[in-house]
Design a protein around this ligand. Structure first.
Ligand code: ATP
Length: 449
């Protein structure tokens, strides 16, 4: 997709209520975005699909919802205080600031000057004070990843669920990073959401579980995409591994600027549990009665589990599916001339509104029939929208841009023979079906999508 279309996507997101610049009326704050009426539904649908695939469709993962505010002990002993930083470079000429790996031939991307400072580590964590006195004595971090509270809750979850290994703990929530240069719309921002899972396994089995989760996660991303060929894996080189990882794959997507990260699937070893156990005194280990201790040969083996972590960005996933959905097509207008149709081909299960119900005119009892149908959809848990504003053609185009997969039109014939038309967003084909079957038809299409 050319960059022109990226601009068009940004403008569609605003026009249709997907994504707004945060603090918009005061000029916006860089790296912060708000999710509007369509955006919040899309985001919720994405998160629910992930939760379903992690928690409800398997028998070995538990859920968690831990705090954003994280005490300094946790992030000190996890290594984040010392290492969660990017190399920061200042341009002495134009005073702009860059991440060292963004420089073009060691010159400033803004003014091209080569008069730059040496890179120095810039910690990406946001800090805030806790309690009424702001004297620096009591503070917390806004978590830079959701994972750490999974490790600190390992024993709580293990003891309260009686799980045996392997098992996972999954969490969705906000994370914050004071990125030096937020960019590419919602790709790199300072406040975002993550969907992360730590899958705890026996030492020695981590390689097979890492490959297993890499493949499951790839399948999941591709299952909602129009173009699955735009996803690929990238294996991390040894020198780019995070301080806790022994191996890592990135699942990458081909964004308008090229392939870049969507999700990381890392083998985090026993690093985090061991560090937290060492510094807190908590017993963050697992006892397997069925196994022999490999060192002593005795029955029963106590070990620190290894963690496999699929860590995905919710908001980055949203960008991927918005890019994948954006299509411009040439179609004939009402006068038979060529016109451009912008259509968001979002997967029906992700689409914010599943079905729009449109009375052709605002009279002759059509609005009443339409409203009754909408309430039937609501009762069945399907997000529907009653829409009577503007011509039918404009309404179809509006819902094409919002990604609504089905439009049902109530017209004069409905009052005569009880039929309505159902229009498919992608093919634009219309079919006459019985008004009373509309709910089942939509339900069936959503299930089969
Ligand atoms: P990057 O290399 O892009 O900075 P990362 O490797 O530091 O990302 P992880 O720590 O592995 O990222 O975080 C897991 C996921 O969280 C990423 O794959 C991405 O989807 C998301 N993510 C991380 N940082 C940001 C950010 N600043 N804005 C939006 N999403 C982010």
């Amino acid at each position: 997709m050319p960059s022109k279309t990226m601009e068009e996507l940004v403008s569609l997101c605003k026009r249709r209520g997907f994504i707004f610049q945060s603090n918009d009326i005061y000029g916006g704050v860089k790296g912060l975005y708000d999710y509007g009426p369509m955006g919040v539904e899309l985001k919720n649908n994405l998160k629910q699909s992930w939760w379903k695939s992690m928690i409800y469709e398997r028998d070995d993962v538990e859920g968690l919802d831990a705090t954003i505010l994280t005490g300094p002990d946790v992030l000190k002993h996890s290594g984040h205080e010392d290492t969660f930083s990017d190399p920061l470079v200042d341009c002495k000429s134009c005073k702009s600031r860059w991440k060292a790996d963004q420089l073009d031939n060691q010159s400033c991307p803004n003014c091209k000057s080569k008069d730059l400072t040496d890179p120095r580590p810039f910690n990406l964590m946001f800090k805030t004070s806790i309690g009424p006195v702001d004297d620096g004595s009591s503070f917390a971090y806004l978590r830079p990843e959701t994972a750490q509270q999974i490790f600190t809750n390992f024993k709580n979850v293990l003891d309260s669920t009686n799980r045996t290994l392997p098992f996972g703990i999954a969490q969705i929530g906000k994370a914050f990073r004071n990125e030096i240069t937020p960019r590419n719309f919602i790709f790199r921002v300072r406040e975002f959401e993550q969907m992360e899972m730590e899958f705890f396994v026996e030492p020695g089995t981590q390689k097979e579980w890492l490959d297993y989760w890499r493949d499951r996660r790839m399948e999941w991303w591709q299952s909602f995409a129009n173009d699955p060929s735009k996803f690929r894996y990238r294996t991390h080189e040894k020198d780019e591994l995070a301080h806790y990882a022994e191996a890592c794959y990135d699942i990458e997507y081909e964004y308008p600027w090229g392939f870049d990260e969507l999700e990381g699937v890392a083998s985090r070893t026993d690093y985090d549990l061991k560090k937290h156990a060492e510094h807190s005194g908590a017993k963050l280990s697992y006892f397997d009665q069925q196994k022999q201790d490999p060192d002593t040969g005795k029955n029963g083996w106590r070990y620190t589990p290894y963690g496999i972590e699929p860590a995905a960005g919710v908001t980055r996933g949203l960008l991927v599916y918005l890019l994948d959905a954006y299509h411009e097509e040439t179609v004939p207008n009402a006068d038979g001339e060529d016109s451009t149709r912008v259509v968001m081909k979002l997967h029906p299960r992700l689409a914010p509104i599943k079905v729009a119900v449109l009375p052709l005119v605002k009279k002759e009892g059509l609005p009443e029939i339409a409203r009754e149908m909408v309430s039937g959809f609501f009762k069945a848990g399907i997000n529907a929208r009653y829409d009577e504003q503007h011509s039918i053609g404009k309404r179809y185009r509006r819902h094409d841009e919002a990604g609504t997969p089905y439009c049902i039109t109530i017209d004069g014939q409905t009052t005569e023979d009880g039929t309505v038309t159902i229009r498919d967003r992608d093919t634009m084909e219309q079919e006459r079906i019985s008004k009373d079957e509309a709910l089942q038809v939509v339900q069936k299409r959503l299930i089969e999508s």
